[in-house]
Design a protein around this ligand. Structure first.
Ligand SMILES: [Zn+2]
Length: 342
């Protein structure tokens, strides 16, 4: 490429004009690259000076260098102008209102069953209990035999179960097998609660589902008595439902406890007078009893030296009572209109 002083002047005039009307820093940067970049027009002109006849070289070189310096100066000045203009109008164009209160961010929250389970865990941890977990797929020994429920026992009918192939394994029908597993692997004193999902082949209705949540409690030590169990239930129920609640203990029957009891708490809606949501003022909350000596033996513990109590409750049921929910299925449908209320 050949260049003469006239070409340089034409290029310079055009660039000068465009710099004067450049609207922002980005446009200026593009102009700088176009004129002075590696492949820029002034850069190319400077490079071609060497190819000029010797008598023209000095003058063209000096002219091109002067133009380069001029363009650099113009770019800097225009940038400063634009910056000043921006700062002068900044207050009008780029303000933020620091007093604006934005709409609340909608956050998720814990499921009501999780909330109740956390309360239950907190109550029992104050009494020194630990949380123990067990498998949801159980063998028949831990789910039935070890808990005094032999093959012909009527309880096996009421607990119609989900068996997996081969009829040896089933989805646990209660959390009680965790008692056996824990006794087999730990020495007394034992003080645990075992929460988790359990499964039964029940038809689904407002108070039954094929999957629900239980928690189991087990205490084994020297000289554990029924009065210890009663005090524990009382402390638990009053912690969960309120200090004014009364407890009713009645006889019951379970294969794995002897004697067995059922515990009810006075209805919070009617104060115990009797209403539509309770049975004559009482709400059943759990089944319990003194651990059957044979169940202790099945867990590897000698009933001559140790005694214990156990209790089991439906977590869903406690949540229904705690939050006055009338239908168990609501906990599993995950309808946000329901869940948002907790
Ligand atoms: Zn009531």
């Amino acid at each position: 490429m050949s260049v003469n002083v006239g070409d340089l002047d034409a290029i310079a005039a055009e660039i000068r004009q465009r710099i004067s009307v450049a609207a922002d820093q980005l446009a200026l940067e593009q102009l700088r690259i176009e004129a002075l970049g590696k492949k820029g027009r002034l850069t190319a002109a400077l490079r071609s000076v060497g190819a000029l006849p010797p008598e023209q070289r000095a003058a063209a070189g000096a002219r091109a260098n002067a133009l380069k310096t001029e363009v650099e100066t113009l770019l800097t000045e225009r940038a400063r102008q634009l910056q000043t203009a921006r700062l002068e109008t900044l207050g009008d164009r780029e303000w933020v209102d620091v007093s604006v209160v934005p709409g609340a961010v909608r956050r998720g929250h814990l499921h009501p069953l999780t909330l109740v389970l956390r309360e239950v865990k907190a109550i029992f941890s104050r009494l020194g209990y630990e949380v123990a977990l067990g498998p949801q797929l159980e063998d028949e020994f831990h789910n039935f035999e070890a808990l005094n429920i032999p093959a012909e026992h009527p309880a096996r009918d009421t607990m119609d179960s989900f068996y997996v192939e081969g009829q040896r394994w089933l989805l646990r029908t209660h959390t009680s097998p965790v008692q056996i597993r824990y006794m087999q692997s730990h020495k007394p004193p034992i003080r645990i609660i075992a929460p988790g999902a359990v499964y039964r082949r029940d038809a689904t209705d407002p108070s039954h589902g094929s999957q629900f949540y239980q928690f189991e409690g087990l205490v084994v030590d020297h000289d554990i008595r029924l009065s210890d169990l009663k005090g524990t239930i009382e402390y638990f129920a009053r912690s969960l439902f309120g200090a004014d609640r009364r407890i009713r203990i009645a006889g019951d029957h379970f294969p794995f406890t002897e004697p067995s009891i059922g515990a009810a708490v006075s209805c919070g809606l009617c104060g115990g007078k009797g209403c539509r949501s309770c049975k004559a003022g009482w709400l059943e909350i759990l089944g319990a009893g003194m651990v059957h000596p044979q169940v202790l033996r099945n867990g590897g513990i000698d009933p001559a030296h140790y005694s214990g109590f156990a209790f089991g409750a439906g977590l869903d049921r406690l949540a229904m009572l705690r939050y006055n929910v009338s239908d168990l299925r609501l906990f599993l449908e995950n309808d946000v209109r329901f869940l948002r209320q907790f």
